[in-house]
Design a protein around this ligand. Structure first.
Ligand SMILES: [Ca+2]
Ligand SMILES: [Ca+2]
Ligand SMILES: [Ca+2]
Length: 455
């Protein structure tokens, strides 16, 4: 007995090629597996199953006539199966996968991975079996019907993934406009497609070499993006490239603003009234805000032009003051610093209390004729008083009633009657109310007809 086994590892499965010196047997055709291994012999081989699964067992058989058409098979020492049946054309090699003469009753077997035992147990007279093929029902040869020697069902499984790499661009490339992407992909069999992933999503699928595209970087946002490539072979194996980072910069860089600072002085005394004015401009945008800092502490912010700040509560100190402008895209610029000194207002010494009254004025009087009105009045005059601070006013009284408060040094009393005596007094008063001694006088005008004289 010569037994040859050919096993295609990853493929469909495995093939046991068995050449049998057919047993001479006088057994009659029988649909059940009743072969007597004592008289008809038994031969066992092993199958190396590459992966666990369900397999269809095919056998290539040649029968001498319609009556001798079956043989017995035991898988992993299990129950003997009667394989074959009618409808087999005699005297030619025929592939069959059924048992018990029913063509719909397939020889199906679940295998674990590894070596399996397969025994042939007797045949009907003249029956020959030379090849047994197990086809993985979920492998690439699923549903395959063997022809000839069965090579058509012996598809080798490819488990080798493609290798793929991004030739260009290199990582950290700054991209503007079109960016050429070139991929290298190889496989032990054949590449069926290459996917180019942008930020993890498929940007392009290429089915034929060369695996190159041109990426329009204007179509994606400025900033950091990632590129990666995946290559597939016909068995669905996937190779993944390393990730490449690109920096897309199609928008011109934002220009920072400019800012200068002025103040209404450099030296102030409390309460300081400091006016700060920033001149801020942005060449390619607008000013969002201007902040003012004194000794690096913010003292105010202005969001609209004019960018001025009144700083009124500055404590006495020396200050380094600058303005910081921020544009609409968040770019900051700071002005040069200006130095401002705020000094404490000197404390005024308390005024010495004025308790000293003015000197006594000297009062004099006389009659006078108001010629335009043909009447007499009394002219009062006094000499100026002096005071340690200053005379504020003179208080003139007639008969102890005030008739004038004045800073003048004279007064004309026209409201007088003839033959009546009037007493006058004058006092000098300073700002705080100290009053001098009074200076007094009296006068009476005696009149006859149009003539008057004083007494
Ligand atoms: Ca491959
Ligand atoms: Ca700007
Ligand atoms: Ca005084």
């Amino acid at each position: 007995m010569r037994l040859t086994k050919k096993l295609y590892s990853l493929a469909i499965m495995m093939l046991a090629l068995i050449l049998l010196n057919i047993y001479s047997s006088q057994q009659q055709a029988n649909a059940s597996c009743v072969f007597d291994e004592k008289t008809q012999g038994r031969t066992t081989t092993s199958l190396d199953i590459p992966s666990k699964g369900e397999y269809t067992i095919w056998s290539r058989i040649m029968i001498p006539d319609a009556k001798s058409n079956s043989f017995g098979m035991s898988i992993n020492n299990g129950t003997c199966i009667n394989i074959g049946g009618n409808q087999i054309t005699p005297n030619q090699w025929t592939w069959i996968n059924y048992k018990s003469t029913a063509q719909t009753d397939k020889v199906i077997q679940n295998f674990n991975t590894g070596l399996q035992s397969l025994s042939l147990v007797g045949t009907q007279p003249g029956v020959k079996i030379d090849r047994i093929l197990a086809v993985n029902n979920s492998g690439p040869a699923k549903g395959c019907t063997p022809a000839g020697t069965g090579e058509n069902c012996m598809l080798e499984t490819d488990t080798s993934a493609p290798t793929v790499s991004i030739i260009s661009p290199s990582s950290n490339t700054v991209a503007q406009g079109k960016l050429n992407i070139s991929i290298s992909a190889q496989d032990n069999k054949a590449i069926t497609r290459v996917e180019i992933l942008l930020d993890g999503g498929i940007y392009s699928t290429i089915y034929q070499s060369p695996y190159s595209i041109s990426l329009e970087s204007q179509s994606i946002t400025d900033g950091i993006h990632t590129l990666q490539a995946k290559a597939y072979d016909s068995s669905g194996n996937v190779g993944v490239s390393s990730m490449v980072t690109i920096n897309v910069q199609n928008t011109p860089a934002n220009k920072p603003p400019t800012v200068t600072l002025q103040s209404n002085g450099n030296n102030f005394v409390t309460p300081a009234n400091i006016e700060l004015k920033a001149d801020a401009k942005d060449e390619d945008g607008t000013i969002a805000k201007v902040e003012f800092f004194a000794n690096n502490k913010i003292i105010g912010a202005v969001t609209n032009s004019p960018f001025t700040l009144k700083w009124t509560n500055a404590e006495p100190n020396g200050y380094s003051i600058y303005a910081k402008a921020t544009d609409d895209k968040g770019a900051p610029s700071s002005s040069q610093a200006i130095n401002i000194t705020v000094s404490q207002q000197p404390t005024q010494p308390p005024m010495a209390e004025d308790t000293q009254p003015p000197t006594k004025p000297v009062l004099s009087r006389s009659l006078y004729l108001d010629s335009g009105k043909f009447r007499y009045g009394i002219q009062l005059k006094w000499q100026a008083s002096s005071d340690n601070v200053g005379v504020s006013k003179y208080i003139l009284k007639r008969n102890n009633k005030i008739i004038s408060e004045t800073s003048d040094l004279s007064f004309k009393d026209t409201n007088v009657s003839a033959n009546t005596k009037y007493s006058y007094s004058i006092e000098a008063q300073d700002e705080v109310g100290n009053t001098s001694e009074p200076s007094t006088t009296s006068i009476q005008a005696n009149c006859f007809l149009m003539w008057c004289w004083e007494i």
